[in-house]
Write a protein that binds this ligand. Structure first.
Ligand SMILES: C[S@@+](CC[C@H](N)C(=O)[O-])C[C@H]1O[C@@H](n2cnc3c(N)ncnc32)[C@H](O)[C@@H]1O
Length: 189
């Protein structure tokens, strides 16, 4: 894909490449094509657009300003085990192919089972999660399927599904810092 883009750039044409959603969110070729084009002396720019996560915030009514937001590629999340906070909303991308490198047409049930098992350690098996698919049409409704974490491996997951794990418990509060800054516990942070 990158070579195909650059082939036209090198011919001296004004090239516009469209990716769905935000062109720079979970899209390796866009970043790579820009990097290489610039290295070869061409002017190249990425314009932002609406990502699946932006749609999720709107459709599920989540404001990352309230508790923050954690967002990971599902396989990377399982393999790297980043420190995350279960009191903060968690978004996991590419869940249908979790644990399965390369293109796949069917959901990877073994990977989903692994993911569910890992998340259950933090949230418990009964925690309600959302399999979310934004509508591709301006007038259509999104698909919002609420399931128990324990049922994730058998759920209807598509290549477009993003997993939203709602927060549980309270955010931590550092009283020393709050004291130094003069911020009261009920100040709204
Ligand atoms: C290769 S990424 C592309 C993301 C895209 N560039 C964006 O900005 O939304 C594919 C992943 O994005 C998410 N995704 C794509 N379309 C979606 C949709 N309609 N609803 C929810 N998530 C979607 C899924 O997690 C899917 O596995």
């Amino acid at each position: 894909m990158v070579e195909e883009i650059l082939r036209w750039v090198r011919k001296g044409l004004d090239v516009c490449v469209a990716f769905y959603g935000h062109p720079g969110v979970f899209v390796t070729p866009s970043h790579e094509a820009l990097r290489r084009a610039r290295k070869e002396g061409f002017q190249a720019t990425m314009l932002p657009a609406v990502s699946a996560e932006d749609c999720l915030f709107a459709d599920l009514g989540i404001d990352p300003g309230e508790r923050g937001s954690q967002s990971y590629e599902a396989t990377s999340f399982l393999l790297h085990r980043p420190t995350f906070d279960r009191a903060v909303p968690l978004v996991l991308w590419q869940v249908s192919v979790v644990g399965q490198p390369g293109g796949a047409t069917e959901p990877n049930r073994a990977g989903l089972l692994e993911l569910a098992g890992y998340l259950e350690r933090f949230y418990g098996p009964d925690h309600e999660v959302v399999l979310y698919v934004a509508s591709p049409y301006p007038v259509g409704e999104p698909s919002v399927e609420r399931i128990r974490l324990h049922d994730l491996a058998l759920a209807r997951v598509t290549a477009m599904s993003t997993l939203y794990v709602p927060p549980t418990g309270s955010l931590s509060w550092d009283q020393d810092t709050a004291g130094r800054l003069g911020i009261a516990a009920d100040a709204g942070y």
